[in-house]
Design a protein around this ligand. Structure first.
Ligand SMILES: [Fe+2]
Ligand SMILES: [Fe+2]
Length: 226
């Protein structure tokens, strides 16, 4: 495992980017992803140092991407570059730095252009996606919708919505027009099928079933059927 002094410095760097009270992409998301990624990593025989470093730094530009609204700004690419600069400054070996950067640049699900190639990158990818589904995924999705000023549930034809508010590259044009169930239909529904590791697949299957039941029930309740 990493020396405490390195870990402390990496957390200090991370904390200068993450909002404390952002439940979706802030410190609490990072702590959940870290815990899950390490658990998956142990079962998959991965290098836990690489997993720890990449989990802590993977989303440092997630909020910036959302709020700058600049087309072409990709938080996984920018975070990877920033991680490389910072980790080199801390004196970590080039091999370690490059392995961490690959995990970060390949962690994005919907519009990711770089696929995870190493077991560590696969563990981070799976852990990050697991935070979007299941009971935690529902609560996180509600938090994101409400903090973005969105409705939690919107009834809209998914193809019409895609034409109206989703760019060619899959990114969202106006976050205020998005909603939790549209995010579920567009992306979260497919997350369990995207897992790379056997451990991730097993956990995702259970979480996805729970989440699917929730949205089906919610849809019926909002129609007044049950
Ligand atoms: Fe991310
Ligand atoms: Fe993340």
């Amino acid at each position: 495992m990493l020396a405490d002094s390195i870990l402390t410095r990496v957390w200090e760097i991370a904390d200068s980017y993450y909002a404390k009270h952002d439940w979706a992409h802030g410190r609490s998301h990072i702590e959940r992803v870290l815990k899950t990624a390490v658990e998956i990593g142990k079962r998959e025989g991965a290098n836990l140092e690489i997993i720890e470093l990449s989990a802590i730094l993977h989303d440092i530009f997630a909020n910036e991407e959302k709020h700058t609204g600049v087309e072409g700004f990709r938080h996984e690419i920018e975070a990877s570059k920033e991680a490389r600069r910072n980790l080199k400054r801390l004196g970590l070996a080039d091999k370690t730095v490059e392995a961490v950067c690959h995990c970060i640049e390949s962690h994005r699900k919907r519009t990711g252009r770089i696929q995870p190639q190493t077991i560590e990158a696969k563990c981070l990818f799976d852990a990050d996606k697991l935070d979007c589904i299941g009971a935690i995924g529902i609560v996180r999705s509600a938090y994101m919708a409400l903090t973005e000023g969105q409705e939690f549930y919107k009834q809209e034809d998914i193809d019409a919505y895609k034409r109206r508010n989703i760019r060619q590259d899959g990114t969202i044009i106006d976050y205020a027009q998005h909603s939790s169930n549209l995010e579920y239909e567009l992306s979260l529904k497919e997350v369990a099928k995207r897992m790379y590791t056997e451990t991730g697949k097993r956990i995702a299957k259970e979480r996805a079933a729970f989440m699917d039941e929730f949205y089906q029930r919610l849809g019926k309740e909002l129609k007044g059927i049950i």
